[in-house]
Design a protein. Sequence first.
Length: 168
Amino acid sequence: MVEVRLSAVRVDLQSNTPVLLLTEAEGLGRTLPIFIGAPEATAIAFAIQGVSPPRPMTHDLLRDMMEAFGAHLERVVITELRSATYYAELQLKRGDGPFTVSSRPSDAVALAVRTGSPLYVADDLMEAEGILLPSDEEGEDGEAASPDELVGEFRQFLDTIRPEDFSS
């Protein structure tokens, strides 16, 4: 397994779709891009920014339920890409031992951000799908993008998204 960090939640300009960028913590600096939905991107962005909604969001509820049942999220592992769909696992532990729950990567990352749990990508998946980006924080013009610019980019995406964009 390759340990990764959530380096960004950005919007792909060509498809106008949010994308997670998971970058190797050490090594070559490869990044695994995973396209996700706008609600999941919002949930992750809220957690990163420390936004505390008046009522728990789904991922907050899941974190609270794990705590109530005495479970601890040890790690998230992005395991494979099958038929253009990424798969992830929540590797949990409680008093009676470890157990694993299948998850969408976006939900797994949203939960990991809320619990401070580490993120991993399977070696063969990173080898096959990892890419080298010019820089974690370069904008389109090659200049470093500030956190405010990244948040602005995401807000612009949210302002343009419509419910019809999610219909099949």
